[in-house]
Write a protein that binds this ligand. Sequence first.
Ligand SMILES: Nc1ncnc2c1ncn2[C@@H]1O[C@H](COP(=O)(O)OP(=O)(O)O)[C@@H](O)[C@H]1O
Ligand SMILES: CC(C)(COP(=O)(O)O)[C@@H](O)C(=O)NCCC(=O)O
Ligand SMILES: [Mn+2]
Length: 916
Amino acid sequence: MAGLSEKPQALGIDQESAEANKNSSSNKKSVHNRLLEKDKEEGGQGGDMSPSAGSSIKRSGSRPQLDVSKAEIQGNVEEKYPTILLPNQSDDLSHLALDIGGSLIKLVYFSRHEDQSTDDKRKRSVKERLGLSNGNRRSFPILGGRLHFVKFETRKINECLDFINSKQLHRGGAESPYADGATDGNAIIKATGGGAYKYTDLFKERLGVSLDKEDEMDCLVAGANFLLKAIRHEAFTHMEGQKEFVQIDPNDLFPYLLVNIGSGVSMIKVDGDGKFERVSGTNVGGGTYWGLGRLLTKCKSFDELLELSQKGDNRTIDMLVGDIYGGLDYSKIGLSASTIASSFGKTISEKKELEDYRPEDISLSLLRMISYNIGQISYLNALRFGLKRIFFGGFFIRGHAYTMDTISFAVQFWSKGEAQAMFLRHEGFLGALGAFMSYEKHGLDDLMVHQLVERFPMGAPYTGGKIHGPPLGDLNEKISWMEKFLRKGTEITAPVPMTPAAGTTGLGGFDVPLSRGSSLRSDASALNVGVLHLVPTLDVFPLLEDPKTYEPNTIDLADPSELEYWFTILSEHLPDLVDKAVASEGRTDDAKRRGDAFARAFSAHLARLMEEPAAYGKLGLANLLEMREECLREFQFVDAYRSIKQRENEASLAVLPDLLMEIDSMDEETRLLTLIEGVLAANIFDWGSRACVDLYHKGTIIEIYRMSRNKMQRPWRVDDFDLFKERMLGTGDKKKPPHKRALLFVDNSGADIVLGMLPLARELLRRGTEVVLVANSLPALNDVTAMELPDIVAEAAKHCDTLRRAAEAGGLLVDAMINSSRSSKGKSSSVPLMVVENGCGSPCIDLRQVSSELAAAAKDADLIILEGMGRALHTNLNARFKCDALKLAMVKNQRLAEKLLKGNIYDCICKYEPAS
Ligand SMILES: Nc1ncnc2c1ncn2[C@@H]1O[C@H](COP(=O)(O)OP(=O)(O)O)[C@@H](O)[C@H]1O
Ligand SMILES: CC(C)(COP(=O)(O)O)[C@@H](O)C(=O)NCCC(=O)O
Ligand SMILES: [Mn+2]
């Protein structure tokens, strides 16, 4: 059994050092002694955590700042991507589209990314190496941007107009030159829904804009088709409280029935893009529930009415089969006693007035009546046209579990399981999205699933009104809003609307809803729809064996105990993370305030997801870890571990020469094993693991590294080293040619990259394999980023000719070459060492969405090395590739080790899978 597992809680260095000597080979001993000496000179770990004075790091937004705004069509990338046009011109006003319905106004608007272009030396050289040269210079019309979804009540249309005005959406957004008040008078906004006709004059008067009317049905269908094709987790089933996302194959989408439940209901048979027919509808819809409900219960808002239903018992209102049959089932025709025979039927036979009925019961009866009715008519229409799939949209649904269950039950019951009811996460925004898509040249249709990333920032206003006040202008306002939000804290962490009773009553439908909490989640905190980032530079990793079946996450958070465990881990880590984040910004008052807001925001997300794990789409551990990083960025913490990373890089670089010397004295076989051991051992430097962070208080970086290496005992928990060795060194006389190009997905800064992955890269280079270091585009914990790597490599190259020549060949030492007296003027004979960014800012990696740079680098690669827990365990442990793949990680969590590998914390994984 490998390693440190015997005493996970007692890894104090003093205790271990005796054993260290016992376990280590003589070679190792001398390395360690030297390392230790160096470390003493360093003064070891600890010290000031604040950023070094004068260090300037550009504040940036989130993942999509992969330089999208200055993207270029380069080389043959042009063939692959059709031109994608989105409005980038400040005089192009297609930033906003509206759907003005009888009850609600829906807005979809587009915002551009800030110009984040950093044409750094790394990017330039990578482009040259990978044939992504700037030669074919032609700008994309703006590619990247974000789509926002907002709604208002139609009866409060002035709030909507104020919102548009304050954000200057009718003039192309606040950044537009027209935004300062110089009215052009010709602005045109696409609008659909009846209100596009009804409020034409109001929009002209208040905003000076003309509404360009688009057909409502066209828009609904265009919106639905887009969502179903482009958003991975858009459609889901909802049965008996269970929400399950449905993977829709874009090539097998049609035909389907679209049922939009707004004020009224439309039923549309959809056969293709723009090919549809409105086959039916009903006037008994969302408006009926809200209107009749308001009259009968005196509720002031739709949500109040819906919330009432959760405490209702419809048996006091509805006439059941049992009421008619003296408590018996009417089994001959398959009706149970509890089946509703007649909605509201009981109210005729009793001498009661409206006041004698509980509003809760009335609301529930009404909700059931309308939902069943719609479900039934939908089924009949599906039957009429032989359609198996019915998608329900419209805001009547409002993500309400009971409503969805009732509709699903009706469809299931009447179709005897033949037809399937599905719901859409963007439920009520179909029309508005369709109107947005009706702008010419928006290019949305051309975007593919992997080019869209959904994010869930805090405080995106959903409705106007008292809770939010005016739209949030800047971060400061957002923080203030967060502070207020917390005072209304029950709303943000309110329990899920409800889960229906465990079973049905047989044939007739559900029993009274079983409410897990009496309050309905407020509209404001129902953050089920995020902001949609459009990132055309993302690509599917070409070496995935089967992208269709690829699932990045190893751990299934659908398991409630798993979910609870990881939520606890993340919550417990929060104070320390906030501390690091605030320290990284010099502990200013501003940083403290932002730190506080970040903690609140992230906790709110966790609370929300704990209640409804599928609220933001299918939830995996990778999503949670990425959300944490995104949330930090939202509150402008650019790089919380910056100074820690710097310190660990320096300490490790100082001992690198000794390590290299030691390695070079070994024979080939020992060397390869030592290098792999080195990677595994150095992966212990992980500031995301609680156990490891506790360790760091017990010793210096080098002491811990030394101890970790001494504990490397084979066989590892997963140990395919011999197989890997055979591929690398061959057996006997049988030698295999070296790999042509290796992609090394690197993980942490400090020892991990410097003493682990770089020496391994060097070995590959020596053997004639090109090496591409694949690193994060944006910081995540203490992971090394692609921006940071060239400097680290340059520093390492000072001590190593192999690295220097390879880095030169890979164009990594652009500056260093000018300064270095050692650099040779002549042409380098070395294979290149390159760096590419992976396209993400998370400790994990979803290989369905990587940078185009990485996708290009993958073309010639025949070996992938994935390193670290995030990239090789939490994600991708089970991923299959078209080429040889080596997965290396130290397991730094006891529970994961037990569950996944039946092992212990600090066990190691060396999983080698040759190309099949
Ligand atoms: N906050 C809300 N205010 C009013 N109605 C709401 C609200 N949330 C959900 N609804 C329901 O959604 C229906 C409107 O759905 P929607 O798809 O926007 O249709 P429309 O375009 O006809 O306004 C309302 O009739 C009501 O049943
Ligand atoms: C966030 C991480 C995936 C980073 O690990 P790495 O990829 O750096 O090896 C890992 O630290 C982790 O899973 N941490 C949470 C578990 C814990 O604290 O035990
Ligand atoms: Mn990491």
